[in-house]
Design a protein around this ligand. Structure first.
Ligand SMILES: [Zn+2]
Length: 363
């Protein structure tokens, strides 16, 4: 029975519904592009995803809507438990005209197609509304049924896969949630929330007795997911926390791409490509040396030769000027010699490496 959730996970899980779907309505690219007005499905998906009515009302006011809030639509929302704040915001919103190529056009040649599309949209709305009702009552299985029906009607809508993923996550069905989030990022690669939720679900799947220990390479998938979310929405505190927490937890065991963007609170962690000198008879192995956040770590090929010391354990740091080697000696006397290099294995000066270590240790 033991719940093996890492303490850090709880943070992301607890706040998860609040962040849910915010990115799907365009916050991710907010600084770069004009936020798009909300469409009918998005308003419902927000409510169904657990975003509070007050917040949805604010979004409607800020972003506008691209549809006419008909009485039928408002009835659906009301039936789904939307509060008056949302209904009033919708009534007060001026629909933003879509660049409507049909306006002024001749009567549509095949009206049946458009009628069918409208029916599908209405059906999706009804499924989302009912799903929200079930979710509010924590009837997750029934909510899932409704969300699944919506996905079935509109399988290329990334928002709907994201929504389905959250209800699977609510039921601790991590691997199914992962599959839905993967589909969501595929269909909507600018959705920071889809990436962040993917990371959270992947993390939840680690070490679950049912699934066994996760393949270590999947730890890179988690990093990728959080990093993508962070690069799309760096100002969201939850997304930033997820990324930082995962880096903190995993960086000594990952050969992190040194070009990866780091959160600002992490700029004190420096990583260098180095060769580890084995002595005249042994040659070199190549890996990465990281310093910062109180530790120094060397990771060679296949995890061999690892150094993972608290900086306080470091006895000696100096440069061998003759060969431009960096010499590190543990307090227990164990010595490592490194040569700085670039990604291609060409030798570089060790001075920046030495400086970073001295700075990190305050020497
Ligand atoms: Zn080595």
């Amino acid at each position: 029975m033991g719940e093996a959730t890492a303490p850090g996970c709880l943070v992301s899980v607890r706040f998860f519904p609040a962040v849910l779907l915010l990115a799907t309505i365009g916050f991710a690219q907010a600084p770069r592009t004009e936020p798009k007005p909300l469409d009918k499905i998005q308003v419902l998906a927000l409510l169904a995803g657990g975003v509070p009515s007050q917040r949805v009302a604010t979004l409607v006011k800020q972003r506008g809507i691209d549809f006419e809030p008909t009485d039928d639509y408002l009835d659906i929302l009301q039936g789904a438990g939307a509060e008056d704040t949302v209904l009033n915001a919708l009534r007060g919103a001026r629909p933003v005209a879509r660049p409507d190529i049909l306006r002024g056009a001749r009567p549509v040649a095949r009206p049946d197609i458009y009628a069918a599309a409208a029916t599908t949209e209405t059906q999706v709305e009804q499924h989302l509304a009912r799903g929200k009702g079930f979710r509010d009552k924590r009837a997750f299985a029934q909510a899932e049924e409704e969300f699944r029906a919506a996905v079935h009607l509109d399988p290329r809508n990334g928002d709907l896969h994201l929504l389905l993923g959250t209800i699977l996550y609510d039921q601790a069905r991590w691997h199914e949630a992962i599959a839905e989030y993967r589909r969501a990022v595929q269909l909507k690669p600018d959705s920071a929330i889809a990436y962040s939720n993917l990371g959270v679900a992947l993390e939840a799947a680690i070490g679950r007795p049912l699934f066994g220990e996760m393949d270590p390479t999947d730890r890179h998938s988690i990093l990728d997911a959080y990093r993508n979310a962070y690069s799309l929405m760096p100002n969201d505190p939850i997304i930033r926390d997820n990324y930082e927490r995962w880096l903190l937890k995993s960086w000594p065991s990952l050969a992190i791409d040194p070009r990866a963007p780091l959160p600002t609170s992490w700029v004190d962690v420096w990583r260098f490509y180095v060769a580890h000198w084995h002595g005249w008879s042994g040659g070199y192995c190549h890996g990465q040396l990281s310093v910062g956040n109180g530790r120094i770590t060397y990771r060679g090929p296949g995890g061999r030769d690892s150094v993972d010391w608290a900086l306080s354990e470091l006895g000696e740091v100096r440069k061998d000027s003759l060969y431009d080697l960096l010499i590190l000696r543990h307090r227990n006397g164990k010595k490592f010699e490194f040569m700085a290099e670039d990604r291609l294995g060409d030798q570089k000066p060790t001075a920046p490496l030495l400086d970073a270590i001295l700075q990190a240790t305050g020497r």
